[in-house]
Design a protein around this ligand. Structure first.
Ligand code: IPE
Ligand code: IPE
Ligand code: MG
Length: 231
């Protein structure tokens, strides 16, 4: 990883938990558990490499249409990681921020999420955004309504301040595991000039080395932002 141009902000679409579990002849819930474990491992590594901001897509707004049994499992995992196992998150020594509409979660889980955010607010090791019940279109519509409600016009920059990522630079690199080549309603406004990287690995098996490969690949790209290459 020498002489590598590091992304400041890396976002992950952590897909493939269910298929990974099926390949191991286990229920989907087993895949989600392995997925959360891998999330702390890979994201900790990202911060260790020097990435300052990591955003993970943990639960989309559309995922709420999944069967009740699966949602119960997912909510239980969220309860565990912001409750009993919160140390796993705190160990990362980074500021934790949850994006998305958490009002669908049980009140005690919402309270745990807020307390983890408060507890980590002073941590300076980086910023870790966890997207729960997040949808980019919903976020954009909410922002438009907020602008309309205060009767003001927006420009590109002031519109950004109405999004849940206000104050956070756009992701430089978005990594999606699981083999699908789409964004699935993730950070649609913020991803305008993100570099996209798709891995066939299922999320629970995406390793630290895979992350390094993705960053090396990013590092070799020429980001022109519509301009022409100079020099
Ligand atoms: C991603 O894994 C995690 C969530 C969406 C909650 P999936 O559950 O979508 O796993 P696959 O895509 O079915 O394998
Ligand atoms: C995207 O994965 C959402 C998360 C990883 C949280 P999905 O499994 O929901 O995406 P689709 O349905 O394949 O587009
Ligand atoms: Mg999926």
């Amino acid at each position: 990883m020498n002489r590598i141009k590091l992304p400041v902000h890396v976002a992950f679409i952590m897909d493939g938990n269910g298929r990974w579990a099926r390949r191991h002849f286990r229920p989907r819930s087993y895949g989600h558990r392995a997925g959360v474990q891998n999330m702390t491992k890979v994201c900790t590594h990202a911060f260790r490499l020097g990435v300052r901001i990591v955003t993970v897509y943990a639960l989309s707004a559309e995922n709420l249409s999944r069967p009740k049994e699966e949602l119960d499992d997912l909510f239980e995992l969220i309860r565990l990681y912001f409750g009993k196992k919160r140390d796993k998150l705190l160990e990362m020594q980074v500021k934790i921020n949850v994006l998305g509409d958490i009002s669908v979660l049980p009140p005690d889980v919402q309270a745990d999420i807020l307390s983890v955010a408060e507890e980590t607010a002073g941590f300076t090791g980086g910023l870790f955004n966890i997207c729960l019940n997040y949808g980019a279109r919903q976020e954009i519509v909410r922002a438009v309504n907020a602008a309309v409600a205060c009767g003001r016009f927006v420009d590109e920059e002031s519109f950004k301040d109405l999004l849940s990522t206000a104050g956070v630079p756009d992701p430089d690199l978005i990594i999606r595991t699981g083999g699908e080549v789409r964004l699935s309603n993730f950070l649609l406004y913020q991803a305008a000039y993100s570099e996209l990287y798709f891995s066939k690995r299922m999320w629970p098996e995406f390793s630290k080395r895979d992350l390094e490969r993705a960053i090396e690949n990013y590092s070799a790209r020429d980001r022109r932002f519509g301009n022409i290459r100079r020099g």
